[in-house]
Design a binder for this molecule. Structure first.
Ligand code: PMV
Length: 320
């Protein structure tokens, strides 16, 4: 029995950084993201009682290194005594380079695997299963503007607004396409253990979430820009101050921030955010998108730019 699902990465405007329960992969803070439209992962899962073990092919290449996380997630979805599975993934953007490929991958995986296992699950249940594999993946179950709230014993994910309600654009400037040297999970653990700013990060998150929520409700771009840039720089400051320090940025990352500042000073509606990698994502008003993409493409050290609108949540794909 098989199924195929498609999910898109999401970009956090208020970041998830830190875990409160590592075994269950529960986040230490809530977060708010936008789901992208034009980048996606398509995941095909086929359970087969005749298989001796799981297999994984990513973009037509065998990828045994990623298999343990995939198998764990399949166990969570279909139970430990499930049949083994053939998993194929196609991703139309660079993997593991800070463009949230794990979010789209695990969101697509749980949707496809659940259907392939004949389980009828709510979006909330699927989000919880995706979050177990990768915290940010839970948000990719929904489209538009999405909040992940930390409940007492689990996470709850909800949509704050649809893409059509506020059709912002995202321009991602890729400054290095190699996989990142330190995984986000490891870096979060270093921050928790050894950053003098970690406690303050946790304490201030509710106020940042509230500001972003109200900015989204009011479609107030400059208010959202202000809190999103602040939250991003605060997350990276937590990492920079840890021992050992974790610095995901390169020289081009900083040049992109300068480009965004320059665009802002010329009146363009744009702000930056950066995740666990050196890429810069510029979120902008539709009217600014062409100029933002040009300016970032011309910034020294930028390898390529990817443009996207805001898109829909994870869903099954009908294929013959
Ligand atoms: O979901 P993970 O474990 O890849 O962690 C995501 C961490 C950030 O991308 C930096 C922030 C976020 O909220 O997506």
């Amino acid at each position: 029995m098989g199924a195929i699902a498609r999910a898109r990465p999401n970009i956090a405007l208020i970041k998830y950084w830190g875990k409160r329960d590592r075994d269950r992969n529960l986040p230490a803070v809530g977060s708010i993201s936008i789901t992208l439209e034009d980048l996606y992962t398509e995941m095909a899962v086929e359970f087969d009682a005749d298989l001796a073990e799981d297999s994984l092919v990513v973009n037509d290449e065998d990828s045994p290194g990623l298999l343990p996380r995939i198998s764990r997630s399949l166990d969570a979805v279909a139970g430990n005594s499930r049949p083994r599975a053939r998993v194929r993934s196609e991703c139309n953007f660079p993997i593991a380079a800070g463009l949230a490929s794990s979010a789209s991958a695990f969101a697509a995986l749980v949707v496809a695997a659940s259907a392939a296992a004949g389980r009828d699950r709510s979006v909330a249940e699927l989000a919880s299963l995706a979050g177990f594999a990768s915290g940010s993946a839970a948000r990719s179950l929904y489209g538009g503007f999405v909040e992940l709230r930390n409940g007492d014993d689990d996470i709850a994910v909800e949509s704050l607004a649809d893409a059509a309600d506020w059709p912002l654009r995202v321009i991602a400037a890729v400054t290095a396409s190699a996989p990142k040297p330190v995984s986000s999970g490891e870096a979060m653990e270093i921050s928790r253990r050894a950053s003098p700013f970690y406690r303050r990060w946790l304490d201030e998150q509710p106020a940042d979430l509230e500001l972003a929520r109200s900015a989204i409700a009011a479609r107030d771009f400059s208010k959202l820009a202000d809190v999103a840039e602040h939250n991003c720089l605060k997350m990276h400051s937590v990492m920079w101050a840890s021992r050992p320090p974790v610095v995901y940025w390169n020289a081009a990352t900083l040049s992109c921030l300068q480009t965004v500042r320059d665009l802002q000073s010329r009146g363009h509606g744009v702000f930056f955010t950066i995740d666990a990698g050196p890429q810069v994502k510029a979120v902008c008003l539709q009217g600014a998108a062409a100029e933002v993409a040009d300016a970032l493409a011309q910034t020294p050290g930028v390898e390529s730019v990817l443009a996207s609108g805001i898109g829909a949540g994870a869903a099954l794909v009908d294929k013959p």
